[in-house]
Ligand binder design. Structure first.
Ligand SMILES: O=P(O)(O)OC[C@H]1O[C@H](O[C@H]2O[C@H](CO)[C@@H](O)[C@H](O)[C@H]2O)[C@H](O)[C@@H](O)[C@@H]1O
Length: 939
């Protein structure tokens, strides 16, 4: 069975270590025996809780029937202990159960949920700019002073070294402890649910590759191997082990303080931004390399590799280096920012190049894929189309395909008794109230502050609602500083002091996560969902809310969704949401009022529309679509991959040449018949041999010979002035001089006065960039313009300017039917509808018509030779003629080693091609009638 390797920073599983039970001698300290004991314990606790769960379930005044510790207390105040997994997952004890789509807990290495080792990573090495200015003497002197100071103050060890040594003594106890496999806390729940749902379909095998989500330095090799075995054999998971130091630098530093903020538009101009390179880049690279190595070690021919999210942007490129032929897909779960933001990243080129190692790069929405294409164009000066990015020798497809949820699995969880109990309790608690719910990460991008301010405004502006509305905001902790928490707490206090009464609290702010059953119940009983993210790749909470609002468990149903326009889900869910700009507090306040006052009919109609989207765009269909799209693209790429393009067989070429009656040659000049011009712009090497070979070929009246070029007609005509009968295609197909035309006339395929219109506009744009790029120049052609930077001393700066110029032209001149294409050390601006292929079609059709008119045989042999991207279209066209049997023999030949649509390659370069042409000419000479060299007319 074909296997998909799903690669994500965190596996869906982790390991929990347990203390052996004190008075339970019957239990051996083995994971299995211990797990069964844990399950028994968990059930006992659940039972105990349920028996006491008759009263109010959320923190509030206790009722007379309420026992001293209510389930509500457990719900919100429980300390995370070994049983606390039930707070986060649908089914405790079942590592495969549905998980929160957007779960989040405290920092990596500092979790308190499971008993796990702590990080042994020390602080990042210093990145002080001053370090670079020091002389060796300064360094020695500084160290001496530091030592003196330490002695003088006999300062206690630093906090991090204290933590480290504490961690080490704490970790000693993990060896020999029983352990169990648990659903991971740190994981992308949306991804896990989607892949699981698709894996339930027949024929899709999945292997996960990722870390276990906790620091592993302190685990012995034997223990690691035991964990490897269990996860591989029972959970189809391959563990990537990286040192605590690497994962700490990678995740806590590079991912969390640089990539995540920048990808979510935390503008790097901000003084606190860390968009500058800090030392964590090295750790990011190391972790990505460890993942790539693991994938390579595990990959078998026939497998498909899917790499997920912003933590692993370099992995596709790293794997590609080792597995040139593997099918690799990359999916970005988060947002992708505009190129203006992305370009602030110090390692922007490496990150983009890493992603481009994939065959297919997929984003949640069109906005992100468009930003990516645009960024590749601007920063890497690559040619992009709506479908992807053209690299020198292959195409990387780019797609958008939004993730969804797994409705059947969630519906099943909703049937659990515990959810029903929560629903009843919550309904009771909020009887007569209008409940707005929300569950977000408490970080700068999720807009909790903006939401609370808008809610406060709503309460102040519409006091008639203040006594009957409750906003339940579940806020998931993040590593972000306390500043935001302080601000949010201030707003919370203000709302409480102005609007709370003895009987009513309009805001329930819960700074911790809730049980999965509680979460589903909350979504079921709520009247409105409100999400105010400033940016979010997708956000699946709206999907889950819509599903739970079906009225099956409660008469309350079809609650409206207030959703920030900056989320991927707003794009997917479309017009039926109440769309808000989280920065517009007035609009948000108004949206709350609109949602609360919406008629039942409107609610139902909006919900139906939303529900259709949720049910059709599911996580399972997303996962299958990714696999399917990659398979198709891979097949296309592989149809013409270099490895499968054979060398041109000269023997076969000669044989077919010999047996054909009418032949057409269309051969590219620069890079094919002769090497590319040098960077000094000095003419190409002597074209003498080229002229001789072409002349010999033209001597046979059965042959029609065209040379094609990007140059202006007068230039190419000058180069071939000794062959006035040679057919010529100039400016990439804008002009054609017919073969054996005595009039020496050029036919134009472009209206030059039209071209003048767009050229004057583009000239102005290019002028700006040329002024800023040393050594660059504008080459004027009749139907195209060329921004050349081959003589620029600073190539890097020139490439950047070229990329930006192409981007600006492609964006601002869209209506003009032109495109700017980065080519070798230049940007070519030309009309979209002209090409070498188009000129070739014209030539070929004319030849056929003439042959038919004269009652002669049409061409039965064609050879097309080229060397770069611009020749690919003409290769495809000629191949088609062969496939459709318009021509009996077609030879498309690419000079060099690039990936190509040509049927054959000529790895020996121009010299090899000229030798082949001369061989053909010799055949003609051998077969020639005595008057051979005097015959002039062709067919
Ligand atoms: O916190 P991280 O480890 O850095 O991971 C980032 C988040 O990844 C997941 O969210 C992303 O994927 C979701 C599903 O595609 C999407 O809904 C969300 O918008 C993305 O940001 C994960 O679900 C979050 O918990 C992580 O915080």
């Amino acid at each position: 069975m074909a296997t998909t390797l799903n690669v994500s920073l965190f596996l869906p599983y982790t390991i929990a270590f347990h203390d052996p039970p004190a008075h339970d001698d019957e239990l051996a300290h083995t994971p299995l025996a211990f797990a069964s004991q844990q399950n028994r314990r968990a059930s006992a606790i659940e039972l105990g809780q349920k028996r006491g769960s008759q009263g109010s379930l959320l923190a509030g005044p206790p009722t007379p029937q309420t026992p001293a510790t209510t389930l509500a207390d457990e719900f919100f105040n429980s300390k995370f202990g070994p049983e606390s997994q039930k707070l986060l997952f649908a089914k405790p004890g079942d590592p495969r159960s549905v998980v929160h789509s957007d779960a989040h807990v405290p920092d990596w290495g500092e979790q308190a949920v499971f008993n796990q080792p702590r990080s042994r990573a020390g602080p990042l090495p210093s990145n002080s700019i001053l370090d670079f200015a020091k002389t060796q003497d300064d360094v020695v002197e500084q160290k001496r002073r530091q030592q003196q100071r330490r002695k003088h103050f006999s300062s206690p060890p630093s906090r991090s070294s204290r933590n480290q040594s504490r961690a080490q003594s704490h970790d000693r106890g993990y060896e020999g402890k029983p352990w169990t496999v648990e659903p991971a806390i740190l994981q992308n729940g949306g991804l896990t649910n989607a892949i699981r749902s698709a894996s339930n379909e027949e024929g899709v095998g999945t292997t996960w590759i990722g870390t276990v989500g906790f620091p592993t330095d302190s685990l012995s090799q034997n223990l690691k191997e035991d964990i490897d075995d269990k996860l591989l054999n029972e959970h189809d998971s391959v563990v990537v082990y990286v040192s605590d130091k690497n994962l700490d630098g990678h995740y806590k530093h590079f991912c969390k303080t640089i990539l995540w903020p920048i990808f979510h538009y935390q503008v790097p101009d901000h003084p606190k931004s860390k968009a500058y390179a800090d030392n964590s880049w090295e750790f990011y690279r190391n972790v990505n390399q460890a993942f790539a190595d693991k994938i390579v070690a595990h990959y078998k021919r026939g497998d498909t590799i899917w790499i997920h999210d912003y933590h692993l942007l370099l992995v596709p490129g790293m794997v590609r280096k080792k597995l040139p032929d593997a099918p690799i897909g990359f999916f970005l779960h988060s947002a992708f920012p505009s190129s203006e933001i992305f370009r602030c990243l110090a390692n922007r080129n490496e990150l983009l190049e890493g992603m481009l190692g994939a065959n297919l790069v997929v984003f949640q929405t069109e906005e992100y894929s468009a930003h990516f294409l645009n960024t590749c164009g601007r920063i890497l000066t690559l040619e992009t189309t709506g479908d992807g990015v053209q690299l020198e020798d292959h195409f990387v497809n780019v797609l958008n395909c939004p993730i969804g949820i797994d409705p059947p699995a969630i519906q099943k969880c909703r049937e659990e008794e515990e959810v029903t109990e929560w629903v009843q309790a919550l309904q009771e608690k909020y009887k007569g109230k209008h409940v707005i719910v929300a569950r977000d990460k408490l970080d700068a991008v999720h807009g909790v502050r903006q939401k609370l301010l808008s809610y406060e405004l709503f309460l102040n502006k519409f006091p008639e609602w203040a006594g009957k509305t409750v906003l339940i905001q579940v806020a998931l902790s993040t590593s972000e500083g306390s500043e935001l928490l302080t601000t949010v707490s201030d707003i919370e206090t203000r709302i409480g002091s102005v609007h709370s009464t003895l009987a009513h609290q309009p805001l329930q702010f819960l700074k911790q996560d809730i049980t999965y059953s509680g979460y589903l119940a909350l979504l079921t009983i709520a009247d409105v969902l409100m999400i105010s993210s400033l940016r979010d790749g997708m956000n699946l909470t709206p999907h889950e809310f819509i599903l739970c609002q079906d009225g099956k468990a409660t008469p309350k149903k079809h609650g409206p969704v207030i959703l920030s326009e900056f989320t991927g889900s707003a794009v997917v869910l479309g017009k039926n949401i109440i769309s808000i700009n989280p920065w517009d507090y007035q609009q948000q306040a108004q949206a709350i009022k609109q949602a609360l006052e919406m008629s039942e009919a409107e609610k139902a109609s909006r919900w139906n529309g939303l529900h259709n989207v949720v049910m059709s765009r599911t996580g399972g269909s997303w996962a299958l679509q990714l696999v399917d799209s990659l398979a198709k693209i891979y097949e296309q790429h592989h149809d013409h991959a270099t490895t499968s393009v054979p060398r041109l067989s000269i023997t076969q070429l000669c044989a077919k040449y010999k047996e054909s009656a009418r032949r057409v040659f269309i051969i590219d000049y620069e890079g094919t018949l002769a090497p590319h011009r040098t960077s000094s712009g000095i003419p190409l090497s002597s074209p003498q041999r080229v002229l001789e070979s072409l002349s010999e070929l033209m001597a046979d009246s059965k042959n029609v010979v065209y040379v094609m070029s990007g140059r202006r007609p007068e230039e190419i005509e000058h180069i071939f002035r000794t062959l006035p009968m040679l057919g010529l295609i100039a400016e990439n197909g804008c002009f054609v001089r017919e073969f054996r035309s005595t009039a020496n006339e050029w036919q134009a395929f472009v209206d030059q006065s039209d071209a003048e219109k767009w050229k004057s506009e583009v000239r102005n744009i290019l002028k700006y960039y040329i002024e800023r790029t040393d050594g660059s120049s504008l080459e004027e052609r009749h139907c195209s313009l060329l921004f050349r930077y081959d003589k620029s001393p600073d190539q890097e700066a020139a490439i950047r300017q070229a990329g930006e110029s192409a981007d600006q032209i492609n964006t601002s001149c869209k209506q003009m039917n032109i495109h700017a294409v980065p080519i070798r050390q230049a940007v070519l601006v030309e009309q979209i509808d002209t090409s070498k292929g188009q000129a070739a079609t014209h030539i070929f059709n004319q030849l056929r018509q003439r042959a038919i008119a004269r009652g002669e045989q049409a061409a039965d042999f064609m050879m097309v030779a080229g060397d770069d991207r611009e020749d690919e279209g003409i290769f495809q066209w000629a191949n088609e003629l062969g496939k459709e049997q318009v021509l009996r023999h077609v030879f498309t030949v690419s000079v060099g080693k690039r990936n190509t649509y040509a049927q054959a390659t000529m790895t020996q370069g121009s010299t090899g091609l000229l030798t082949a042409l001369q061989k053909l000419a010799r055949i003609s000479q051998e077969d020639a009638p005595p008057d051979y060299l005097n015959r002039k007319e062709g067919f």
